[in-house]
Design a binder for this molecule. Structure first.
Ligand code: PLP
Length: 456
């Protein structure tokens, strides 16, 4: 076997990658025909590949590198913590300063009475924790029959058995025997694709009321919780109509169910507030956090629980935990990342500078013949590609026809945008500056032109 080094030619790296490295959410055999792009370095919003190309990362990695690449402060904190205490667990009556400091900081940042953190290594296992938390909570309250969790079709909550069951991705459910029992999915608030003749406001109300109908059908005595992303990310950055969340809030207030806000993407500044639930105006009982919490520099996630839930669970042993719950290096890096977000006023930057400028450039894309709607909140946006704007038509050749081409044209133009079906989505690092937004918009426009030509 050759020793793999940083200086190896791209083709050799790609061949070894195809032979030995199984990629998530990919058709592995395709890598034998066309190798994966080898990313070597990052700086700010920019990536550099093994051919020396400079790529604008409008996805912040996987929606996570909020403070941008190349932050020395995070490297230093990680190094220091590795020297001092690279690992210790938080089971069995032990703890350590990084986990205490991070939990304390998160309790300060989280809205309302969300004051108690259970750590995980990412968003998927944090959502698995949530399944166990809400079921055990109701059991402790003397209501063991409350086990059903309602979530949404096309929502994304992770890739473990539990979290992928919560998610409503049909492609994931088609493999491996998902969903697990007692998860119920209602429809998503995607007006563009599913709104028919209703106005966005009417549609938002109708889709929110599906939660009420589901609770009535399943029985309030059996429903434990509703989980949702404030804004669906991996489903295509589906920004719900303005009527949706207030109605969900009313239903949750009237019914005895818990609200779990999955903040894995929306959290830590993405929507122009610390958390997406603040942007949409609801107070959850539990928040799932990950990604932007450490800006992806270390794998860490968690669940922030309300006083009521934590105090109830605290009366009994909670038989749950991960080796890396509250990992000291990940915790120290996350804490430093939160300090950067605060000290550099990145949330103000999203709300007052980068967000409004990005919105202007993003909405200008609707002048393009392929672009139906352009939606954005903070620095999380999507455009819907369509062959006919007025009827919001889908492409006759099937979902993803234009999206896939457009994603490839973006990549060829050194811009990372993702596609979900025929929606193109962005979630750039929060540090993005106006001149970089100009480059993003200009490359997006070029990719759309090239897509348009190819579709003809
Ligand atoms: N929840 C949401 C809303 C996500 O977007 C994701 C990942 O994209 C997850 C959960 C899963 O997080 P992870 O991939 O860290 O397990």
């Amino acid at each position: 076997m050759p020793a793999v080094t940083n200086h190896m030619p791209t083709a050799e790296l790609q061949a070894l990658d195809a032979a030995h490295h199984i990629h998530p959410f990919s058709t592995q055999s395709n890598f034998e025909k066309e190798g994966a792009r080898v990313i070597k370095r990052g700086e700010g919003v920019w990536l550099f590949d093994s051919e020396g190309e400079k790529i604008l990362d409008a996805m912040a990695g996987l929606w996570c590198v909020n403070v941008g690449y190349g932050r020395e402060e995070l490297v230093e904190v990680a190094t220091r913590q590795m020297r001092e205490l690279p690992f210790y667990n938080t089971f069995f009556k032990t703890t350590h300063v990084p986990a205490i400091a991070l939990a304390t900081k998160l309790a300060e940042l989280a809205p309302g009475n969300l004051n108690h953190v259970f750590f995980a290594s990412g968003g998927s296992d944090a959502n698995d924790t949530n399944i166990r938390v809400v079921r055990h909570y109701w059991n402790m309250k003397g209501k063991p029959e409350k086990t059903i969790i309602i979530s949404r079709k096309n929502g994304y909550h992770g890739s473990t058995m539990g979290s992928a069951s919560l998610g409503g991705m049909s492609g994931m459910h088609a493999q491996g025997g998902l969903p697990i029992p007692d998860i119920h999915h209602i429809n998503q608030p995607d007006w563009w694709a599913e709104g028919g003749q209703l106005t966005p406001e009417e549609f938002g109300l109708a889709r929110a009321r599906e939660l009420e109908q589901a609770i009535d059908e399943l029985g309030e005595n059996r429903v434990a919780a509703f989980i949702a992303e404030p804004i669906q990310g991996a489903g295509g950055v589906i920004i719900p109509p303005s009527t949706y969340w207030p109605e969900i809030k009313r239903i949750c207030a009237e019914r005895e169910i818990l609200l779990i806000a999955d903040e894995v993407i929306c959290g830590f500044g993405r929507t122009g507030n610390w958390f997406g639930n603040q942007t949409v105006g609801v107070q959850p009982d539990i928040m799932t956090i990950a990604k932007g919490m450490s800006s992806g520099y270390q794998p860490i996630g968690g669940s922030i629980l309300s006083d009521e839930i934590a105090n109830t669970l605290g009366k009994d042993e909670f038989n749950h935990g991960y080796t890396y719950s509250g990992h000291p290096v990940a915790s120290a890096v996350a804490l430093e990342n939160l300090r950067i977000i605060e000290e550099e006023k990145l949330i103000d930057h999203v709300r007052d500078t980068a967000g409004p400028y990005m919105r202007k450039k993003w909405e200008e894309l609707t002048d393009h013949p392929l672009v139906g709607e352009a939606k954005i909140v903070g620095l999380m946006g999507s455009i819907a590609l369509t062959p006919d704007k007025s009827s919001r038509a889908a492409f006759a050749a099937g979902a993803g026809t234009a999206g896939l081409i457009c994603r490839e044209r973006c990549f060829a133009n050194n811009l990372v945008m993702r596609h979900v079906g025929d929606r193109m989505i962005i979630s750039p690092p929060l540090v993005i500056q106006p001149d970089e937004i100009d480059v993003l918009a200009e490359r997006a426009h070029r990719a759309l032109d090239e897509t348009y030509k190819r579709l003809k």
